[in-house]
Design a protein. Structure first.
Length: 367
């Protein structure tokens, strides 16, 4: 809960918390129902609506574009909820069980987006790899991807985060053999310490994760592989943190999303002993971020001289270069060389990667 502070306006009444006796009744809300007019503030104290989050069967269909203008890459959520029980997470209790859009609904949404002129769509979900397991007949993420490529003219499809156990040989082989799928896997790690993974209630161990990312690296040349990592999980010792760092340093990972652990009320991890001090968490997070920057620079430099398929965005950087995103998730600025940028925006073009520094990547349009 947020705490607001400051002076109260002259003449304003101080906020008084509601009393239990003020509550008129408790109702059970049915999914999809709108609260009746009598629940408005004008009618008096509001009624509390309650419901069973695990009874929800709907998935909100609303592509997320990001930003206020210049949309280029819509994110289409095709799955919601989660059946896993990671000890640090409350998503299952606030989003419900895993549920999926039907393949026909997904295809229809992507057809609308391509008709509107979008070149790339990102498939997302709370637990994307579990897509389709709740449907009848049962489907899979790979089945859906095949159907999207077969039935829509979408130029490029990108997958968001996928759990390690859902990165299968069949999925990797399919991505490797289809140029319309971005060469990009984001596979959450969280920790490379097996004892910490066990406390997190994660379904894999470090060796299993290592086999998955090696499979991706060996099967798809120059693919981007990213990971989520949590710093300072309760009970994480200096030695366990060092295990995670050494694992990442010697892995084929290319970038990191680093999260500083903070307890979530109601999550099992919030009750664990041996909390890591905040200053130690801060230091560990900073070290992981530096490590992620090193991985990114190493990867981008390994791609120097390559001409890759890149989606040009509707954005001109402050230095006058056109922003673009390659199939393997390299965000770069393209030199325009005096050309009008407007006709070059929102297009899939070949871009040669010319230079990479810690904070920037430069490219040249070669089409």
């Amino acid at each position: 809960m947020h705490r607001y502070c400051g002076r109260r306006a002259k003449g304003a009444r101080a906020f008084q918390p509601a009393r239990i006796s003020d509550l008129v009744s408790i109702q059970t809300a049915q999914p999809g129902k709108v609260a009746p007019p009598e629940l408005s503030l004008a009618a008096g104290p509001a009624k509390i609506l309650t419901g069973d989050i695990f009874a929800l069967t709907d998935v909100l269909v609303a592509p997320v574009f990001g930003g206020e203008s210049g949309h280029t890459r819509p994110i289409l959520k095709i799955q919601d909820g989660c059946n896993n029980r990671c000890s640090y997470c409350v998503i299952p209790f606030v989003r419900g069980k895993s549920r999926s859009l039907t393949p026909a609904q997904v295809v229809a949404e992507i057809e609308k987006l391509t008709a509107a002129g979008f070149q790339e769509v990102v498939l997302s979900g709370i637990n994307l790899g579990s897509y389709g397991r709740d449907l009848a007949p049962r489907a899979s993420l790979l089945d859906l991807v095949r159907r999207i490529l077969d039935e829509t003219p979408l130029a490029r499809l990108r997958l968001s985060s996928i759990e390690p156990q859902d990165v299968t040989q069949d999925l990797v082989d399919f991505v490797a053999s289809h140029a319309r799928i971005a060469r990009h896997f984001h596979i959450p790690l969280q920790s490379a310490s097996d004892p910490i993974l066990a406390k997190m209630h994660r379904w894999y161990r470090a060796a299993h994760y290592a086999r998955k990312i090696e499979l991706v690296r060996e099967s798809i040349r120059a693919t981007a592989i990213g990971a989520d990592v949590i710093a300072g999980f309760p009970g994480e010792t200096d030695g366990e943190f060092e295990t995670t760092c050494r694992f990442i340093e010697t892995s084929p990972l290319n970038y990191l999303h680093v999260f500083s652990y903070s307890p979530r009320p109601g999550a099992p991890a919030a009750a664990l002993p041996a909390r890591v001090p905040p200053d130690v968490i801060k230091e560990r997070s900073a070290r992981l971020r530096r490590l992620g920057q090193d991985l990114s620079l190493r990867f981008r430099r390994s791609c120097l001289g390559q001409a890759r398929a890149a989606l040009t965005l509707r954005e001109i950087r402050p230095d006058g270069r056109l922003r673009a995103l390659t199939d393997n998730f390299i965000d770069l600025g393209c030199d325009l060389e005096g050309r009008d940028p407007a006709p070059l925006m929102n297009r899939l073009l070949r871009v040669r990667i010319e230079g990479a520094t810690e904070s920037d990547t430069r490219g040249t349009i070669v089409d």
